[in-house]
Design a protein around this ligand. Structure first.
Ligand code: NAD
Length: 292
């Protein structure tokens, strides 16, 4: 049994920490939001009075926070108080540059570290079916893998520091673009008098097949479990898709990569969010496109 400090017990972190408890570990948690800390306590997490208190005895430190600035601030605060043999893992989705800075901070304090963002959403966090994409040294990955496997179904070592965030950003750029592509096809199909089911039946078994169509179909009907059948309740909120697309565009600008469709997807999700739909599932973009 390991002692694990878990900082950031929100929509994702709360259920992830609960799965570590279920796996038989001693989890000491902290969150600035008292209600989130209380919910984690009822799932068996020991509540700490501060992030620093949470990490003092920890073998492993996990952070699940909103953005890069939160991760760098928390890591700067807690790493000086952590054990030298502790492993620090950040599972938040953050920019690659901040992820690399976090690794440098850990190295300065003599700690091993891993960036390990996730895909799979709140459902995956609750059901322990997340995919972890990891960046960092082989040894750090080997130490982390058994713990990450308690919270996820697939754990991939993508490369050196920052490679996990790079994989996450690239994957979600594909997702944002493909959701818009599928939505545009349904909107065009409607204008051409094609039923949703007919287009689905053809495209889902043809070269247009993709996850945005077959698992997360943006129109109601063909895939009964998709958010389209539930008024576009998230799921994966448009605000989070916009965050990830912006990260992809920052990374493209920093590296000189050409991503014109990524840029267009970011601009469309920006308009969708600005029109008041940031809390809707990202597949609701089909309604926005239909209305334009
Ligand atoms: P959330 O807002 O529900 O949780 C973040 C938590 O961090 C909050 O409880 C907040 O109080 C806490 N927090 C912020 N600053 C803190 C600090 N200094 N010390 C302690 N706690 C602090 O967000 P979430 O949906 O759980 O997402 C967390 C991360 O996971 C984000 O980076 C997000 O992009 C990523 N992610 C989310 C999803 C999803 O579907 N929600 C899917 C994949 C990845």
């Amino acid at each position: 049994m390991a002692t694990i400090a878990f900082i950031g017990l929100g929509n994702m972190g709360g259920p992830m920490a609960a799965n570590l408890v279920k796996g038989g570990h001693n989890v000491v948690g902290f969150d600035l939001e008292p209600a989130h800390l209380a919910a984690a306590r009822s799932a068996g997490v020991t509540a700490a009075a501060s992030a620093v208190e949470a990490v003092r005895e920890a073998d492993v430190i996990v952070t699940m926070l909103p953005a890069g600035k939160h991760v760098l601030s928390v890591w700067s605060e807690v790493l000086p108080a952590a054990r030298r043999d502790a492993l620090a893992i950040d599972s938040s989705t953050i920019d690659v540059a901040s992820a690399k800075q976090a690794h440098e901070l850990a190295a300065r304090h003599g700690l091993a570290s891993l960036d390990a963002p996730v895909s799979g959403g709140v459902g995956g966090a609750k059901g322990a079916t997340l995919t972890f994409m990891c960046g960092g040294a082989e040894r750090a990955f080997e130490r982390a893998e058994p713990l990450l496997s308690l919270m996820g179904r697939k754990v991939v070592h993508c490369g050196a520091a920052g490679a996990g965030q790079a994989a996450k950003i690239c994957n979600n750029m594909i997702l944002g673009i493909s959701m818009i592509a599928v939505s545009e096809a349904f909107v065009l199909g409607e204008k051409l008098g094609l039923s949703h089911q007919a287009l689905f039946d053809v495209a889902s078994t043809s070269s247009g097949q993709c996850w945005s169509l077959t698992t997360y179909c943006p129109v109601p009907g063909p895939v009964p479990t998709s958010p389209a059948n539930n008024g576009y309740a998230p799921g994966f909120a448009a605000a989070l898709m916009l965050k990830d697309l912006k990260l992809s565009q920052e990374a493209a600008a920093a590296t000189g990569a050409t991503t014109p469709l990524g840029a267009q997807a970011a601009a469309l999700y920006e308009s969708f969010a600005a029109a008041g739909f940031e809390g809707k599932d990202f597949s609701g973009i089909v309604e926005f496109l239909r209305g334009r």
